[in-house]
Design a protein. Structure first.
Length: 348
């Protein structure tokens, strides 16, 4: 029926369906590179199928995790360095999965923006695909939402959803006891937590994102966008070797809040802060922000991105396994009787 008014279209309202279809076609090659055993169908359908039996599981327990990247996105948007932010998204999810003892199997992403830029979105989602490829999980689906009025034209947000599996009885933590050794794996920088404080500290310095990083070779923006380290392959190798009782992904809350999450009631942790060297980025943030040691250990990973609690007699062998996987490893301390975290030595 013609009402006499000018006809409107969805595109005129700010949503371009054709651009969305173009994005799906653009990212299909990247998604195909993540295909693994068990994938039955991927992008393009109303849902994706995964065959656990084909993936080699006999009596599987599914494990799910979801996360985002936080205000690190703001730096990526403001600098235009968006190619690795998808790796952060994957890492924040799959690093959590392995802490339960699970192998990541597949990943789905949610990408929301004010105005869909196919070229920029392809770069972002290609980063997600690269994170999946490195973690051995398949990118099998996702959602792209173009929402004018909700986001500024160049702004975007990301969320990720990962599903993994393990055989029944393999879940972690398990068997943690007093005397167990606490092993730390190095981080690759700030990872994806504490960026509201990072941005406040940078604002106080007056430095631009394209200024030389005071603690590294890149620009400040590039240095702070170093992607979150993926610990999946190293962790799975350690689990297969035997002797791992627990893993803790050191994210928001730092060592202070994340390590106690895997300790049974009645047990605490004794950590030697002199066991590792504080990376330059954290030394700079501490100095510029006037942070005390308590704040540093509760807000940031402080150079330790993943912690393993292992049987004492397996500590040396597992250290060798992790080093063979390319990890820098330190013996941080031990599990003790009592509650909470006990620190000795100093980082700052």
């Amino acid at each position: 029926m013609n009402t006499g008014k000018n006809g409107l279209s969805y595109a005129q309202a700010g949503v371009d369906i054709d651009a969305g279809n173009a994005l799906v076609e653009a990212i299909k090659p990247a998604a195909r590179r993540t295909k693994r055993t068990g994938v039955m169908s991927g992008l393009g359908g109303f849902g994706a199928l995964f065959d656990l039996k084909a993936a080699g599981y006999q009596d599987p327990i599914l494990v799910a995790a979801t996360d985002g990247v936080g205000t690190k996105l703001r730096i990526a948007i403001d600098t235009g360095h968006i190619d690795t932010i998808g790796i952060d998204l994957v890492a924040m999810c799959v690093n959590d999965l392995v802490c339960q003892g699970a192998e990541p199997l597949f990943f789905l992403d949610y990408f929301a923006t004010g105005k869909l830029d196919v070229a920029a979105a392809t770069r972002i989602i290609s980063g997600i695909a690269e994170g999946c490829r490195r973690s051995g999980c398949a990118l099998i689906g996702g959602e792209t939402a173009e929402m004018p009025g909700m986001y500024a034209a160049q702004d975007f947000d990301l969320a990720g959803f990962a599903v993994g599996a393990m055989e029944r009885g393999a879940e972690l933590p398990s068997g943690v006891g007093a005397g167990d050794v606490i092993v730390g794996l190095a981080s690759d920088g700030v990872h994806s937590n504490g960026y509201s404080l990072v941005r406040k500290i940078v604002a106080q310095t007056g430095l631009d994102w394209d200024a030389p990083a005071p603690f590294g070779a890149d620009t400040l923006g590039q240095a702070l966008l170093a992607p979150t380290r993926l610990y999946v392959n190293s962790a799975l190798s350690a689990l297969r070797a035997g002797g791992v009782h627990a893993l803790a992904h050191i994210t928001g809350g730092g060592l202070t809040e994340n390590l106690p999450r895997v300790l049974p009631e009645g047990l605490g942790a004794e950590i030697d802060l002199g066991a590792w060297t504080l990376p330059p980025v954290f030394r700079w943030l501490t100095t510029q922000g006037g942070l005390d040691q308590t704040e540093l250990l509760k807000t940031f990973n402080a150079g330790i991105g993943m912690v393993m609690i292992v049987a004492p007699e397996r500590a040396d062998a597992l250290t060798e396994v992790l080093q063979a996987e390319g990890e820098d490893v330190w013996r941080l301390g031990s599990v003790i009787e009592g509650e909470g975290m006990q620190y000795s030595g100093t980082l700052v």
